[in-house]
Design a protein. Structure first.
Length: 372
């Protein structure tokens, strides 16, 4: 990527990112916090209140800039505005470095540092999530911390893992599905406490940000936006069959099947990189506006893959597909070509994993018959 940027004198960056947006996914929400008493007034205010409480840490120090009559664009390009954004990204970097270190089971610290470096400068991170300043990076890192700490020998860390998953869901709702990991492992008491933490993380922040009723209204406005990413189930179906009532039904059926399939594999085959990858599809391709910055979640099954791989030839194929998801280069200076290439690599990876899981399920069914 660096060589292509240098060779094109920066021109190819337009094909590698979502455009020169000035980190708008960050600043748009900061603007809501600075200028509105209730952030839930439009369809793009889609995050739960916990995330807005978190973003208050970055908006509040800039309040005096607004009192000076500065616009959000002027604040974003001011020295202090750039510093706040830098702190926002650096705080993520610190948490992500910790999360990778905890989840990656190797004792080789060089490998951990190299992997962290490669992921941070990979396409979904650098070219999409960082370029937009999208808060999805924090939802991902708290989920990664939760999974990394869940089997700790320290009871405090195990409890912290429940809180981390609850915080992740409090930032982006969908990670709540990963709570099924604890149910699959029959850790019902922990799962119950996680639900309690999740309810606290969701409802208590309404005291400080917006109201529950306005959030519900905003949520339904979001569902009716009719904006579909090319890197989602919705975009694929509409591209093939067109946008109509029957295609929308088809999309919902596919999404329900994906969730149920991931849940079935998790409950039967347990927690491993493949079942977590299938569950990660719920974060990346089932949401209508599933842009490539949501693919940062794939870092979780990738690291788990590193912990478990190397025993079968098919692992080499998985490794290549993972590499394409994170490093596919923009040979064509067409943005959609790069994004669709990553999407196809991810879908193909999920397809091969599903075949692999079907074989495992078939073997288990055969073993159960023999036991009878």
């Amino acid at each position: 990527m660096v060589l292509m940027i240098l060779n094109s004198k920066g021109k190819i960056i337009d094909a590698m990112t979502y455009g020169e947006s000035n980190f708008w996914d960050f600043w748009a929400h900061i603007e809501r916090l600075l200028t509105r008493d209730n952030v839930y007034t439009d369809a793009d205010a889609i995050f739960p209140p916990l995330l807005y409480c978190f973003l208050k840490l970055f908006s509040t120090p800039l309040s005096y800039k607004l009192s000076l009559g500065m616009t959000i664009t002027e604040i974003a390009t001011s020295g202090f505005g750039i510093l706040v954004l830098a702190v926002y990204l650096l705080f993520f970097y610190a948490l992500f470095t910790l999360a990778v270190s905890l989840l990656y089971k190797t004792t080789d610290n060089v490998k951990k540092n190299v992997l962290t470096f490669l992921l941070l400068f990979s396409y979904p991170f650098w070219g999409c999530a960082f370029e937009r300043g999208n808060p999805v990076i924090y939802a991902m890192v708290f989920l990664m911390l939760g999974i990394a700490l869940k089997d700790s020998k320290n009871v405090i860390f195990r409890e912290l893992s429940l809180i981390c998953v609850a915080v992740s869901a409090g930032f982006k709702l969908y990670p709540a599905l990963f709570g099924f990991i604890w149910i699959a492992e029959k850790r019902y008491k922990e799962a119950f406490r996680m639900i309690i933490y999740g309810l606290i993380a969701f409802f208590v922040p309404f005291i400080f940000v917006g109201s529950f009723s306005s959030y519900v209204e905003t949520f339904f406005m979001y569902l009716n936006k009719n904006i579909y990413s090319k890197t989602s189930v919705w975009g694929s179906c509409f591209l093939i069959f067109g946008d109509n009532e029957y295609t929308q039904i088809l999309c919902r059926v596919i999404i329900i099947m994906l969730i149920l399939w991931g849940l079935l594999c998790l409950l039967i085959n347990g927690v491993n990189w493949k079942t977590i990858a299938l569950f990660t599809s719920t974060q990346t391709i089932i949401i209508p506006e599933s842009y490539v910055y949501t693919y940062v979640f794939i870092a979780i099954p990738l690291i788990m893959f590193f912990n478990e791989n190397g025993k079968r030839r098919i692992d080499n194929v998985y490794a290549v597909l993972f590499a394409l998801v994170f490093t596919i280069p923009p040979f064509l200076q067409i943005q959609s070509a790069v994004l669709i290439g990553i999407y196809i690599s991810w879908v193909l990876l999920l397809f091969l994993i599903s075949i692999d899981e079907l074989i495992v399920l078939r073997k288990k069914i055969a073993e159960n018959r023999l036991k009878r």
